[in-house]
Design a protein around this ligand. Structure first.
Ligand SMILES: NC(=O)c1ccc[n+]([C@@H]2O[C@H](COP(=O)([O-])OP(=O)(O)OC[C@H]3O[C@@H](n4cnc5c(N)ncnc54)[C@H](O)[C@@H]3O)[C@@H](O)[C@H]2O)c1
Ligand SMILES: [Zn+2]
Length: 365
């Protein structure tokens, strides 16, 4: 069964000119239907697929065959795997390739891959000739549940992540949950952290569903995968609709990230993003408990769900002072206050700034 999440970016904003809706199609076996979905979305006959070398090996020629059977011509531009490809140099190389392929404004760029490809190809699509049509085909759990939704596209610059970017929405997103079956277990579990986050910040029933269905999810059962991806897409796009340009409400998506980012960077990225966010969610939940926003039982439920999801719940053996320092460094980079999105029970968060450092230290243990 195909689930459809309709996204209306900026639907709630006044004087918003980019207001345009598109569909996220979610389900098992959807890549086989890509040609039909492209046709239904009235995309032009010429498409350029941007992907990384790993995803290309598994899905590249298959997607070309599927598109060609519906009359679409496609070319593949491959980039090496890795976060370091999310940079202006790679974008510049892709612009040259697009130029060689006589790309026009009506040509469709397809971002086939995880969040790195979604951000990079999305940025290239947004900027080449002031914007060409974009289709997202996310292939990691993180990309299907998080990075492909919300229109943020960017590349890194110097040491700063996502420093050069814009907001640009696709014409169509196809999340084929079967692609999750070729991910490593570590990669899949890493993506689960953000899924659990949605339950904690906005939907206690979804949180209970995750508690009850974690076995089916980790066994990659189709119905369970389609449900978690569509529920995550609905929650994230609902938040994005109300705050397209990240001016306020989107802050609630940062639950677990204030500490998570610091842990990720102090570990020199040996702890992955979702893994760091999982620890961040536990520590930030403990801060909530100290502030009497969350009960001890609720902190235990959160910790248990993360644990059975294959995520480590032990605070890693990293220097606590370095973690605190990294948080304040992030704060300087953001020129803002150190903000926490703290759960107030399961299903609701509150943005609180200027938490005394002693409370943070106590939660870090
Ligand atoms: N734009 C946003 O709103 C947003 C939000 C969150 C994260 N992000 C970005 O997302 C990126 C991380 O994304 P990611 O975790 O998907 O990493 P990724 O894109 O690097 O993918 C992880 C690995 O999985 C491989 N892979 C992808 N799909 C596969 C599949 N189906 N089968 C087998 N292997 C597969 C890739 O080749 C890569 O080696 C970061 O750059 C982060 O900044 C963006
Ligand atoms: Zn995140």
């Amino acid at each position: 069964m195909i689930q459809t999440v309709k996204v209306r970016p900026g639907a709630f904003e006044v004087n918003h000119s980019l207001n345009q809706s598109y569909d996220i199609k979610i389900g098992s076996g959807l890549m086989e239907k890509a040609g039909i979905l492209f046709r239904d979305s009235r995309l032009s006959e010429k498409t350029i697929i941007i992907t990384d070398s790993t995803v290309n090996k598994i899905y590249g020629s298959r997607l070309q065959r599927i598109l060609s059977s519906e009359g679409f011509t496609s070319f593949i531009l491959e980039v090496p795997v890795g976060e370091d490809q999310k940079c202006l140099d790679t974008a510049a190389r892709l612009y040259s390739e697009l130029s060689k392929l006589n790309t026009e404004r009506t040509t469709t760029i397809v971002a086939l891959g995880g969040g790195v490809i979604g951000d990079l190809a999305g940025f290239v699509a947004a900027t080449y000739m002031r914007g060409v049509a974009l289709v997202q085909i996310p292939t990691t759990l993180l990309a299907q549940c998080d990075s492909s939704i919300g229109g943020k596209v960017a590349v890194n610059h110097g040491n700063l992540k996502n420093q050069i970017g814009t907001f640009y929405h696709p014409k169509l997103t196809i999340s084929d949950t079967d692609t999750l079956k070729t991910l490593s277990v570590r990669e899949f579990c890493d993506g689960l952290a953000e899924v659990i986050k949605y339950g904690i910040i906005q939907d206690d029933q979804f949180f209970s569903y995750l508690e009850n269905s974690i076995k089916q999810i980790r066994n990659l059962e189709e119905t369970a995968l389609a449900y978690i991806v569509s529920r995550s897409a609905t929650i994230k796009s609902g938040i994005v609709e109300k705050d397209e340009f990240d001016l306020g409400l989107r802050n609630i998506l940062n639950f677990g990230h204030t500490i998570g980012h610091a842990i990720e960077s102090v570990s020199n990225l040996s702890i992955w993003h979702g893994e760091a966010v999982a620890i961040g969610m536990i520590i930030e939940s403990k801060i909530s408990e100290t502030l009497k926003l969350l009960s001890k039982d609720e902190v235990e439920r959160i910790t248990k769900l993360l644990k059975v999801s294959g995520l480590s719940v032990e605070i890693p053996n990293l220097d606590r002072d370095q973690i605190i320092e990294a948080m304040y460094h992030d704060k300087k980079a953001n020129r803002g206050k150190l903000k926490f999105a703290l759960p107030q029970g399961i299903g609701k968060v509150e943005i609180i700034d200027d938490i005394p450092v002693e409370i943070i230290k106590k939660a870090l243990g």
